[in-house]
Design a protein around this ligand. Structure first.
Ligand code: DP6
Length: 327
């Protein structure tokens, strides 16, 4: 039995979205994407390889998962075993730190933390670039959660070239992301299914690939120059154009609910009132609103009055992967 290794990884929010795979086995995306790692939402995962075990044992938030529920984790551990030339099964204990446990949990922090803890527990000493490649095999967005701050995932064309590259790891720009919990329930169409359906059935998919190229060209200099307006306008249109792929797929689907549309209108209203903010959203109805920290109290108050203060969570740029107890 090896000593337990614990890793902490934070989730991230994409400003230029990943929405489609070019290779579902290697998890190579169709396009690059760009995100900001957040401080408020993270996963702590401990892994121990133990010769006494007869199967992998996976516990998430104190619940022992059934073999079916643990399948993605088991497949991921097989990859780690293969790379580390190990055969023993592992005990995995994972805790998601998500305020109000309300639908913001993400496979990004989960697989980034698992990649770190499992590879180290198996005796590999991977640098962050190698960890980002490994995390990618669990979930695409996990690729970016290995680094802190603004991170680009370069699509690449094979296992080696598809990895995360930090743009700015230590973010000194005073910006915040106000996360609105509009529906705590599980999404009906997973991002994995949703993006695959968009790639294969939306006639707009080729246009989306060009949108991503143009948006990255616009947003990277804006981030470096701390140009909040250009960054905000780019991230908001990018999110809407990603969601246009869901509406134009067959069968069509949408992640929006009524409150999503209300919150979008409120963001426009706040902007008209001089509080500059921009929204984005992923494969679920919960809006994330980018703003400057000086405007957080007013924006938070406006959303708290509409949706309840428990459903408004303020996050800031967060760090990359950390090892909490190296043996
Ligand atoms: C909308 O990383 O959850 O959040 O690679 O199939 O595990 P898999 O998908 P996942 O998809 C994330 C999609 C997104 C956009 C993004 O994070 O870039």
């Amino acid at each position: 039995m090896n000593a337990p290794v614990t890793a902490r990884a934070h989730t991230n929010i994409a400003l230029v979205k990943y929405w489609g795979k070019a290779d579902t086995e290697l998890m190579l995306p169709q396009t690059n994407s760009l995100s900001l790692t957040l401080d408020q939402f993270y996963t702590d995962t401990t892994v121990t390889f133990d010769d006494q075990l007869t199967a992998d044992e996976v516990t998430v938030n104190d619940q022992l998962l059934s073999p079916t529920a643990a399948k993605k984790v088991h497949n991921f551990l097989n990859l780690v075993r293969q790379q580390a030339s190990r055969t023993s099964f592992a005990r995995v204990t994972s805790v998601n730190h998500v305020p109000t446990a309300a639908g913001l949990a993400s496979s990004a922090s989960a697989f980034a933390a698992l990649a770190g803890a499992a590879s180290k527990a198996a005796g590999m000493n991977l640098d962050k670039t190698a960890l980002s490649r490994l995390a990618r095999r669990g979930s695409g967005s996990a690729t970016r959660s290995i680094f802190g701050g603004f991170v680009e995932w370069e699509a690449g064309h094979d296992d080696l070239s598809s990895r995360a590259v930090p743009l700015i790891e230590e973010v000194t720009w005073p910006i915040a992301v106000v996360a609105l919990v509009l529906d705590p329930h599980h999404k009906k169409v997973s991002s994995r299914q949703g993006m695959q359906s968009s790639v294969t059935t939306s006639p707009f998919y080729p246009a989306w690939k060009q949108v991503v190229v143009d948006d990255l060209d616009a947003i990277k200099p804006a981030i470096r120059a701390q140009d909040f307006t250009t960054m905000g306008e780019t991230l908001e249109t990018n999110a809407m154009r990603m969601h246009a792929l869901t509406l134009s797929a067959w069968p069509p689907f949408s992640y929006f609910n009524g409150d999503t549309l209300i919150a979008m209108q409120m963001v426009k209203g706040l902007r008209a009132a001089g509080l500059e903010c921009y929204y984005t959203l992923d494969a679920g109805p919960n809006l994330k609103v980018f703003c400057q920290t000086a405007d957080v109290p007013a924006i938070q108050d406006r959303f708290a009055r509409q949706f309840g203060s428990d459903n408004v969570i303020v996050a800031h740029p967060g760090p990359g992967i950390q090892f909490l107890n190296e043996a």
